[in-house]
Every structure is written in C-alpha cells, then in structure tokens.
Ligand binder design. Structure first.
Ligand code: DHK
Length: 157
C-alpha cells in the first residue's frame, strides 16, 4: 500500500468506473464474466456503500477519452476510485496518467482471473499505481474494493 494515497480524509463519494465492453455484462461471455448485468453490479456497489453510510458515483464508457474526462472531473470531488478498465488495463498509458491526477486511492478490479487467461492479460499499466488489485472474484470484487476503500480510509467528517 503506498503512502502517497493514504490516509484520505474525505467522505466524498467513491467513483466506480467501468471501461470498454463492460456495458455488455450479462450478455458478453457469461462463462467468463458471469450472468449479472452492469446495472446489477452497480446496484450491489450502491448497497455496499450505503451499508457504510456512503455513496458511489458510477460511470461507464467504451471511449477512453470519456473515461479520462470523467477522471479529470473527479479531481477534488471523490474519496477513492474503483476501476475496471477492461482492455485498457493492458494498453493504456494515458489512463494510468489520468488516474494519478485526483491523488486518491485506486482499486483495480477484474471480474475474471486475468492471470489464468491469455498472457497479454497478465500485464497491467494500472496495477503499479493502484492501492490494491482484485481479480477473479466476479461482481464481489467491486464490493470488496469499495469495502476496502471505505474501511481503510480515515474519515475527517
Ligand atoms: C475485463 C475486460 O474487458 C478484459 O479486457 C480484461 C476484465 C479483464 C475483467 O475480468 O473484468 O482483460
């Protein structure tokens, strides 16, 4: 865990970001990504945060630029970021550069166990700047990530 990102002192929302193709959850390769839709997953995230008296803000896009714009808008307004970057995980230096800008803890989530799949999925541009990485836990990975951020974050207000 890096000292750069902890402790946080805000009760602002957790930003949950989903990258390309994650809007197709429930339809897309259910044997890999499960049968829950993105709406199901986000509802799970909302309930998980609400159980701790907190809120999430969610954004999904198939466009790298839109995701980066949303991260820029998060500056000063969120207390942590949970991101499943989809395929951008393995390709995007610009996404990584954007994610350090808000200077909040980040958890990288993958529904599938990327290490048990194709070789190219084992490399992540995001992991080195993440406080934690979750892979292979299905939708529960998002819940674990939110819980981690909310319980490991010092509340000032
Ligand atoms: C989702 C994707 O879209 C893939 O490109 C990643 C990740 C894995 C997941 O497991 O959630 O390689």
């Amino acid at each position: 865990m890096s000292d750069r990102t902890f402790p946080q002192t805000s009760s602002s929302p957790i930003l949950v970001l989903n990258g390309p193709n994650l809007n197709m959850l429930g339809t897309r390769q259910p044997e890999v990504y499960g049968s829950e839709t993105l709406e199901d997953v986000i509802e799970l995230c909302r309930r998980s945060a609400a159980a701790r008296g907190r809120e999430i803000s969610h954004f999904q896009s198939n466009s790298e630029g839109e995701i980066i714009d949303r991260i820029h808008a998060a500056y000063g307004t969120v207390s942590g970021i949970v991101i499943n970057p989809g395929g951008l995980t393995h390709t995007s230096v610009t996404l990584r550069d954007a994610l350090v800008i808000p200077a909040v803890p980040i958890v990288e989530v993958h529904i599938s166990n990327v290490h048990a799949r194709e070789e190219f999925r084992r490399h992540s541009y995001i992991s080195p700047i993440a406080a934690a990485v979750v892979a292979g836990m299905g939708s529960y990975g998002y819940v674990a990530a939110i819980d981690f951020l909310l319980t490991r974050t010092v509340q000032a207000d």
